[in-house]
Write a protein that binds this ligand. Sequence first.
Ligand code: G6P
Length: 614
Amino acid sequence: MCGIIGYTGQRPAGQIILDGLRRLEYRGYDSAGIALFDANHELYVARAAGKIDNLISKIEGSLPPAVSGIGHTRWATHGAATDLNAHPHLDPAGRVAVVHNGIIENFEALRRPFVERGLAFSSDTDTEVLAFLIADEIQAGVDLARAVQNVVAQTQGAAAVVAICCDEPGRIVAARVGNAGGIVIGHGDGERFVASDLAALLPHTRRVTFLEPGEVADIRPDEVTYYDTAGHVLAKPVETQPWDPVAAVKGRYKHFMLKEIHEQPDTALDSVRGRYLTAPHRVEVEDLPFTAEQVRDFNRVVLIGMGTSMHAAMVGRHYLERYARLPAEVDNAAEFRYRSPVLDPRTLVISVAQSGETIDTLAAMDEARRAGCPQITICNTPGAQTTRIADATVYMRAGPEIAVASTKTLVGSMIALHALGLHLGRLRGALDAETSRRQVEGALHLPAAIGETLLLEPRVAELAARYAAYEDFLFLGRGLSYPMALEGALKLKEVSYIHAEGYAAGEMKHGPIALIDERMPTVAIALRDEVRDKMRSNIEQVKARRGRVIAIVSADDVSLDGIADDVLRLPEVEPDLSPVLTAVVMQLLSYEIAVERGADVDQPRNLAKTVTVE
Ligand code: G6P
């Protein structure tokens, strides 16, 4: 939520910041803004509501030569998406500029003394007061880094704050407060970058340092000094990130979402590589710090996540139960943390979060940490906050995902959870050789099977053209396909703004069936598994009420031809891994419908990729 980028060095800062904002736009696109020091060390500020293109047309060649500055792309929390509420925000004298991600809960109380002094705020944001406060500190002779630290210490809530001041062009100070919004510093040759996430830095450097909550970075072109909450200087390592910058470019695809859907054979290949072994067939998940004895001692698993990651966790529950014979439950992280959950040191907590920064997931993990639970996180972002809280990280290995709607990270997380279930199952002595063999072979076949699934695209596009005008959809599934029914509905809502409900098919008779008529199509996942016949009955029930049905069926299953209106046949796959292929079809369907309706696929209204507010 909200993208931040800053640069200090010798190169043209304006262009570097605008390019960075483009790469960060998926984090929020309610407005964008930039603050630079021009040749006279005066602040040049430009801000515009809407997407970055609006900012660029507003600037229209007026970008001053500058060697440092900051930029921001906003996902609105306080105040509408207007020019005035766009960041950066300034103090009344226009000497301090601030960008911010997160929420300052006590901003009204912080504003009050300024209002009493007769000073006016020009925005409705919770951010602007930070610039006022920092300017006051500087006026009183406090150094910029200390000023930022003093100001964030007065704030309640969690935030990432980046500030610059006219007195010292070339210097940028960044602070991270609590879990909302990461800050990563990029190290170049005689230049430094700061950003809310890695994607913006990858074209420039892979040498980075992540700030922990409470830390401050004082950034100059040739050096960065870090401080802890108490103001003591900290030594922090420079890490080298493996991500390929080219992966964050759209290439020949019309949208990032389509590109990322098509990258999934590679995601699967990377996810199985080195984990699924043959001769003998076994699964090894890297870097788990638990001994076999500890793993045998776990008596329960709680899986948590939000959005698509929660749907992955729901699939993961089946794997943990099936292979590791551990009682497993799944919860939405935001509900979990307020439920006074019963946890103890034998409860394994597995969190799933592609960004690794979702505030509700972080808060739930903090709760689990307080209870002494061993924790594994499934994450896609190297160095993200979840990876720092958990005892171990199993990476999704999906590479940068830019489209706001998650696609390849879902596939990466389901495979990671499959591997984890099998790995823990082996350590617990709960897994037989035949299951192990079947699952390893099934997983190794996934890249090819996903590739084959993608060949359905023209057929899905043809269906999309026929179904795009409906305003309501029902998605039904059972067992492992139930989370994919939820995911199908979520994807459709996210990218095409169509109302869609995902249901466990058994629940259909208890309410949703009342909605069914010829205006509400049903997407039914009816794969050949132990619940296929029950799904068939559900489909008959929909048909009996004049509902249209798109059935997703197994490779050579013709039993629903002539019953369902349309049939999409998945390639052959190990049944336990079928959610991976179903997910791909659901993604194609929602993508093609959204394109058909002319929706903004990569940046759907109101959404953001990383949700750092509660
Ligand atoms: C946002 C994104 C979703 C994502 C969810 C959870 O809503 O738009 O695509 O599934 O956050 O994100 P996480 O980073 O925790 O997986």
